[in-house]
Structure formats: structure tokens, C-alpha cells
Design a protein around this ligand. Sequence first.
Ligand code: HEM
Length: 136
Amino acid sequence: MHASSLSFRLAVLFVIAGMAMGIGMAMTQDHALMPAHAHLNLLGWVSLFLFGIYYERRPALDASRLAMIQVVLWSLGTVVLTSAVSAIHLGYHAAEPIAAIASLIVLAAMIQFAYFVFRPERNVAPGPAAHLSPAE
Ligand code: HEM
């Protein structure tokens, strides 16, 4: 499997969970978990889907083990961070160190992604979208 496929698959799972959480909050009129809902949707759906689009347009990078590691790291960090933020907002403040560690995991995954972006000559093998030629 390529990094983009994994990103897209995990992203839709995250947004289904995030939307279910949103519906739960709306139904119960209890918005205590709003920060966890927002992080789950923005890290797990929006950012992950954007990573997938970036990878899909760079086939060499998309097929690389490094990109796969970045997606897995980001996704694990998102699950742990969201769970810890939920626990904190439910009153379990012992989860704060876990949230701190998870935040460093997602930061590390973003720095890894930044490395891909700033080292394009090594990673980019443009996909078909970059080779469109005008119709005659
Ligand atoms: C079924 C879909 C969804 C439902 C029912 C839902 C529901 C909610 C609810 C009830 C809140 C709390 C609002 C408040 O306390 O002021 C909230 C906040 C939020 N939601 Fe959702 N949501 C959904 C999908 C999404 C998605 C897909 C995203 C992001 C892509 C998202 C991002 C956010 C953010 C960022 C906040 C925090 C807003 C703020 O700080 O005021 N939500 N949502």
C-alpha cells in the first residue's frame, strides 16, 4: 500500500469517528469534548487528507517507507493526543503527560513532512498531473 492510500483510508475513519463525536456532543448538549473533537477532525481528517494529496502527486515519495512512517506516526499521535485531550476534559488530569508526549509525536511527524517539502529534488517524481500538455 502507498502512503497516500493509507492517509485517505485513515482520514475517512477519523472523520467518521469525529462526526460521531460531534453528533454525540450535540445530542447530549454536553460540549466538554469539543477540543478533542476539533483535534480529531483537524489532525485526523483535514491534515491527513492533505498529506495524502501531497504524496499522491509525488509517486516516488508515495511509494517510500519514509512517507509510510510519517503517516503512521501522525496517525498514532492523533489517536493518543485525542484520547488524552478527551480524558483531560473529562477530569482525568493524569493524562496531561500523555497529551504532552503525543503532541511531540505529531510535531515530529510534521517536521518529517517538512523535510519532504524542503527536499523536493530527492523525493519528487512528478505524477501525471504535472505533465499536462495543452490540447492541439
Ligand atoms: C456530524 C458532523 C459534526 C458535528 C455534529 C459537529 C458538532 C460540533 C459541536 C457540537 C461542536 C461544539 C461547538 C461549541 O461548543 O461551541 C463542534 C466544534 C467544533 N467542530 Fe465540529 N462537528 C462535526 C464535524 C466537524 C468537522 C468535519 C470538523 C473539521 C473538519 C469539525 C471541527 C470543529 C471545530 C474546529 C470545533 C471547535 C469550534 C470552536 O472552537 O468554537 N467538526 N462541532
